[in-house]
Design a protein around this ligand. Structure first.
Ligand SMILES: C[S@@+](CC[C@H](N)C(=O)[O-])C[C@H]1O[C@@H](n2cnc3c(N)ncnc32)[C@H](O)[C@@H]1O
Length: 287
């Protein structure tokens, strides 16, 4: 397979860790990752390698190296260590695969996000942390025992804080909460979204619904891709599920690579993304 051919969209059915090492450095302008929490099985512990160059090794949170931080986090408890030993090698590849002007969006919930922040600070360098986006939604039961958790967090890191691409003019705008307080022109134009995104989940009856259980709304992916890549750039999702990133990339004219280990996910993506992309399954040789 020719990774230099920017005109091909790809859907790969494989464990992403089998595929990522085959992709050359700097291949993607935007990477979106929405990993599963608690994969339900004990992950094989992989020895941690640092893929970034030793010359460029930055000292992260509290003066510790990335490797020290990861090892420290993994000592926490077994389930946690299994989960993070699964995720860290994939995050290392995400860093390697970002173009110099590229951006990573890592979508997590409140249970994991703080650990991820510490680890990504060490992996990318704290100066590469761009935003913490809160995706707030309102759906499902509300516990009365504590504040009901109705948000996810998306950590945004850039490969190079001096060179990253970000175009706020391409982002959809929001209505003002009090349009009477601004000029009619401003009210008609709407305002730029902040780092708190109110957006409904995928409606169980809407046309976007694929039936894939963890499907994310196109609206939130559209913002990320529109702001952090240009038409023709290549974008990727290593945990693609129903292919939301692919669907958005098709409408915005970006090239995409979607990887998922589940046959159900690939079936859903075939229906959703149609005949345009090339579909590859490993161990089918890639090369
Ligand atoms: C939370 S879902 C992603 C949903 C997706 N954002 C969407 O909008 O449909 C996580 C996905 O990761 C996939 N997955 C889990 N482990 C994987 C692995 N090692 N390699 C590739 N995909 C994996 C699962 O099959 C699942 O589809």
């Amino acid at each position: 397979m020719d990774w230099g051919d920017a005109s091909r969209d790809l859907v790969v059915h494989a464990d992403n860790l089998e595929v990522l090492p085959r992709i050359p450095d700097g291949a993607f302008t935007t990477i979106y990752l929405d990993p599963p929490f608690n994969t339900g099985r004990s992950q094989k512990r992989e020895r941690l390698r640092t893929v970034r160059s030793t010359e460029g090794k930055r000292i992260g949170f509290g003066g510790h190296t990335y490797e020290q931080i990861v090892t420290g986090l993994m000592a926490y408890d077994d389930t946690f260590a299994d989960y993070w030993s699964f995720l860290f090698p994939r995050l290392e590849h995400a860093w390697r695969l970002l173009a110099e002007d590229g951006t990573l969006y890592l979508h997590l919930d409140y249970r994991e996000v703080h650990y991820a922040k510490v680890a990504l600070d060490a992996l990318f360098g704290r100066e590469c942390f761009l935003n913490e986006i809160i995706w707030a939604y309102d759906y499902g039961a509300r516990t009365t025992k504590k504040w009901p958790a109705k948000h996810d967090t998306i950590l945004v890191y850039v490969k190079d804080p001096k060179r990253y691409h970000f175009d706020s003019a391409e982002v959809d705008r929001e209505p003002y909460m009090a349009p009477g307080l601004v000029t009619p022109e401003k009210a008609a134009r709407g305002k730029l979204p902040t780092d708190v995104w109110w957006h409904t989940i995928v409606s169980p009856t809407g046309k976007e619904k694929t039936g894939y259980p963890t499907q994310k709304p196109e609206g939130i992916l559209r913002r990320m891709i529109a702001a952090s890549s240009r038409p023709g750039d290549r974008v990727a999702d290593f945990f693609a599920g129903s292919g939301t990133l692919g669907a958005v990339a098709q409408t915005l004219g970006r090239r995409f690579v979607c990887i998922d280990a589940s046959a159900d996910a690939v079936d859903v993506m075939r229906k959703r993304l149609g005949d345009g992309p090339t579909y590859v399954a490993l161990p089918h040789p890639v090369g």
